[in-house]
Ligand binder design. Structure first.
Ligand SMILES: Cc1ncc(COP(=O)(O)O)c(C=O)c1O
Length: 497
């Protein structure tokens, strides 16, 4: 028996018949096919999501045995909500390929091979549970399950929505690094509206209108905004300290609603970090601009279930046409979010007590860690704002400029590389990925590089009457605690050089 390798795929043919069938064998004498110019022109310089690429690199190094304080990736540190895990065990055998719903000419749905009343937009009990979750937490009344589309992550749903949308897209800067590439992927003209530190990085309503007028955008418009925003809750550059956070409050949301209403702008309001507002003071645009807001959220952050890939959008009745187009697109792409996960989450969301306690305890741990990071870094002169939500601070190491220049280090990337080599600290450089100048020493620090399970158990055991102190951090958030001390030592060493 001959065994030959098909070089393109590295497969080994075991039988003579297989050899006869392999393309390499069939075309032995022919030249190899050549492929050129395969990527669409507008995507030639397309980069992978910078945070994911960075995480992969650091993880690879860690798996090779290097000790790293990994502050580069914002992934929930806690175990998934226990009720959801129990639910997943219970429903793991739900293996039916959920049927695809197709639109009839009259706009109603025709269910193909429908065993149960399942829709591409998510099982009804999950959509119902999500409505009551948002009416509890966001004070949204009158939500109906028909308004909800469930998918494999809110990222996918934003992407599909941008794909079906006819019109132009507006994004803010700085903001999450994915909106603009998604708009490009969906062949849109994407306009960037810059925000300013003196406005707390919140978009100003007049800048939205100015961008529409200056760019002469006459057709449909979608604005993508994030509230609370990632990763710039705490960005500190120059100028005075600002009240922390780019959490939009009532007056901002009202003003944005006015301008969007006046200019017929649809808003994708990405509120995936809403439940991680440490004081539970999130306010949603959907309350002020109900007819034009598509609320985007999911389980990845507050429920610590990023890998479960469950996200959802809530559409107003006024945007039903868009919602139906996304449903159709969903039916032709992902078909449905994983069935066992949908059942598990639907059941768990109804346990209001567990959900609330989980949110309160995880948020108080994050708040304790965030305030420690801020206190320690600012104690050696690193500038950053205290965090009010989420996983991130955005420290600025400007104080090291002279010392670093003497070492030939002039960019943030170089500084991060030096910190990595000399202190085993992985920080993501601010720089162009966050639409910041390359020579600015801002970095994104994700303070969630600890295993949150024991800490969460301890917090629950202590109860809310007993606060979490520095000893708690030393014990339960050790990698973060030690990593911040490592940064401090490295900073001090630079200043002494
Ligand atoms: C601002 C923002 N929106 C959306 C997402 C993606 O969420 P999902 O896991 O639901 O796709 C992320 C996560 O990385 C994010 O940071």
């Amino acid at each position: 028996m001959d065994t030959s390798i098909n070089a393109s795929y590295g497969t080994t043919a075991k039988h003579d018949n297989d050899i006869a069938r392999t393309p390499s064998n069939r075309n032995q004498s022919a030249e190899k096919a050549e492929f050129h110019d395969l990527v669409q022109p507008h995507l030639r310089d397309y980069c992978p999501a910078s945070n994911l690429a960075f995480n992969e690199k650091v993880k690879r190094m860690m798996s090779e045995g290097q000790e790293v304080y990994h502050f580069g990736f914002g992934q929930a540190p806690f175990p998934v909500v226990p009720g959801m895990v129990m639910g997943l065990r219970e429903y793991a055998s739900e293996n039916a390929y959920l049927p695809v719903a197709a639109l009839r000419g009259d706009g109603t749905f025709w269910l193909w091979k429908c065993k149960h009343v399942w829709l591409v937009s998510g099982i009804p009990e999950l959509r119902e549970a999500l409505c009551s979750f948002h009416s509890r937490y966001d004070n949204l009344s009158g939500l109906h399950p028909d308004q909800v589309i469930v998918g494999p992550g809110s990222k996918e749903l934003i992407y599909l929505l941008l794909n079906v949308f006819k019109g132009d897209v507006f994004v803010l800067s700085p903001t999450w690094t994915t909106y603009k590439p998604q708009g490009q992927l969906a062949h849109h003209k994407v306009y960037v509206i810059n925000t300013k530190i003196e406005n707390g990085w919140r978009v100003q309503p007049e800048d939205i209108e100015k961008s529409v007028i200056e760019n002469n955008v006459k057709g449909n418009k979608i604005l993508v905004m994030c509230n609370p925003d990632n990763p710039i809750f705490d960005m500190w550059l120059t100028g005075p300290f600002l009240p922390a956070g780019i959490c939009y409050m009532k007056e901002h949301l009202e003003a944005i609603s006015d301008v969007c209403r006046k200019n017929n702008i649809i808003v994708i309001s990405d509120e995936i970090y809403a439940r991680l507002h440490y004081k539970q003071k999130h306010d949603t645009l959907a309350r002020y601009y109900p007819e034009g807001t598509i609320l985007s959220s999911g389980l990845s952050k507050w429920a610590s279930a990023g890998g479960w890939r469950l996200g959802y959008h809530i559409y107003p009745a006024e945007l039903k046409v868009l919602k139906d187009a996304v449903k159709s697109a969903a039916s032709h792409t992902y078909s449905c979010a994983a069935a066992p996960i949908q059942y598990a989450v639907a059941k768990a969301l109804n346990n209001e007590e567990e959900i609330h306690s989980y949110i309160i305890h995880t948020c108080r741990i994050l708040a304790t860690v965030a305030s420690y990071c801020h206190r320690e870094l600012t104690s050696v002169g690193v500038k950053c704002l205290p965090s009010t939500a989420g996983y991130y601070i955005f420290p600025n190491f400007e104080l090291l400029r002279q010392s670093l220049r003497r070492r030939g280090i002039t960019t943030c990337d170089q500084m991060c590389a030096a910190m990595f080599d000399e202190a085993s600290v992985a920080l993501m450089a601010g720089g162009p990925a966050f639409l910041r100048p390359v020579d600015e020493f801002t970095t994104r620090l994700c303070y969630v590089n600890f295993d949150g399970k024991p800490g969460l158990e301890e917090s629950l055991k202590r109860g809310l009457d007993h606060s979490l102190d520095e000893d708690f951090l030393k014990t339960y958030c050790k990698p973060t605690y030690d990593g911040i001390q490592a940064i401090k030592s490295w900073v001090k060493a630079q200043l002494e050089k």
